[in-house]
Design a protein around this ligand. Sequence first.
Ligand SMILES: [Zn+2]
Ligand SMILES: [Zn+2]
Length: 142
Amino acid sequence: MSFLDELGRELSRAGQDVMQGTRQTVDRVKLTAQIAEQERKIERAYAELGRRLYEAGGELSHEDYMLLSEPIDLAYDLIEQLREESTSSDADYCPMCGARLSGMAAFCSNCGESIERCKTCGRPISKSAIFCNFCGSRTNET
Ligand SMILES: [Zn+2]
Ligand SMILES: [Zn+2]
């Protein structure tokens, strides 16, 4: 294989790494936004429930109560699911080989690479990274 072919392969591989890092960040941002949206829904539903309760003089029929509390239950369920999703995607992976890391492992059990972690959020970062993929803070001190 020619030098240029090899260089091209290296570059496209680096490009894929960047893409993957970006997608991970976007997903996390999206999940956080979805959770915030559900929390707003809950607040609105609570306000509505309170207003109806006030208008009804402190007593709601069971039907009304069910009707008004259902969106709150649904939103709480959804938040639960979103939180689970965001913590499961929070698993740490080796920046070199992509293997899943156990806990705060200092070395990858798959490729033996020493794992460097972001000083801000503690997630594993690739040694060449300038910014942390997870929290966006600068990874080098200079
Ligand atoms: Zn590894
Ligand atoms: Zn970080």
